[in-house]
Write a protein that binds this ligand. Structure first.
Ligand code: GRF
Length: 226
């Protein structure tokens, strides 16, 4: 795609914590820019936590940052409406949730439907919600993983774009497993963002499509078992 300055896809990243996925995406976007004409741009990183470590990382990468402290809002709806206004000021084409630890209202998810991605540390639809690594270990699973999916009203329930499968080792604990999963997060999230920015990854109805073809329920699978 030969994108002109004006057409550069504009990405807004929402974080709450360490921001390692945001950094992986920012570095991939930067590499892409120097590599080809197919440019995208992170136009802002927004955190709901004023002390999120990821804010420092974003500033070190010369990215614009904003803070919107959810504790200052009386309701989830008020917070989400203010968040939409803040995001809209940045005129995004894509909104990326990267460790954004807030449940979003239907007003928010509907507003950004088809241009809102999330990363969830499990092989969705398995293990929606929290403590996914421990739950996979407790269940005695052989494999675990991570999924990038479009966000819909259903929590961790929108259509999958891509997932990485990671083997569970006999000696694993939740922390070790999480470390190996994070390595894969930093690979698959930039891939999904690139696909979206190239216009290859889209959502229609409740389906994710790549190059116009419906993806399997799992999304594209990257199997890291040897
Ligand atoms: C990731 O593990 C992701 O799967 C989950 O939140 C974590 C965010 O990590 N949704 P980071 O802030 O990107 O380092």
């Amino acid at each position: 795609m030969q994108a002109s300055e004006a057409e550069k896809p504009r990405i807004v990243v929402l974080i709450s914590g360490s921001g390692s996925n945001m950094v992986a995406i920012a570095e991939a976007v930067k590499a892409e820019v120097s590599d080809s004409d197919n440019e995208a741009e992170i136009v802002g990183v927004i955190s709901n936590r004023p002390n999120a470590e990821g804010l420092n990382k974003a500033q070190a990468l010369d990215l614009h940052t904003d803070i919107i402290d959810h504790t200052l809002y009386a309701s989830r709806e008020e917070f989400d409406h203010a968040l939409i206004r803040m995001i809209e000021d940045l005129k995004p084409d894509l909104v990326v949730l990267a460790g954004f630890m807030r449940i979003l209202t239907a007003d928010f998810t509907r507003y950004y439907e088809g241009r809102l991605l999330n990363i969830h540390p499990s092989l969705l639809p398995k293990y929606q919600g929290l403590n996914t690594h421990q739950r996979a270990l407790d269940a005695g699973d052989d494999i675990h993983g991570v999924t990038v999916h479009f966000v819909t009203e259903e929590l961790d329930g929108g259509p999958n774009a891509i997932q990485a499968i990671v083997p569970i080792l006999d000696i694993d604990n939740a922390q070790e497993l999480q470390k190996r999963i994070q390595v894969q997060e930093h690979i698959i999230y930039p891939i999904a963002v690139k696909w979206f920015c190239e216009g290859r990854l889209t959502m229609k109805g409740n389906q994710a499509l790549l190059d116009g073809k419906q993806l399997p329920t799992s999304g594209i699978q990257l199997d890291t078992r040897g």
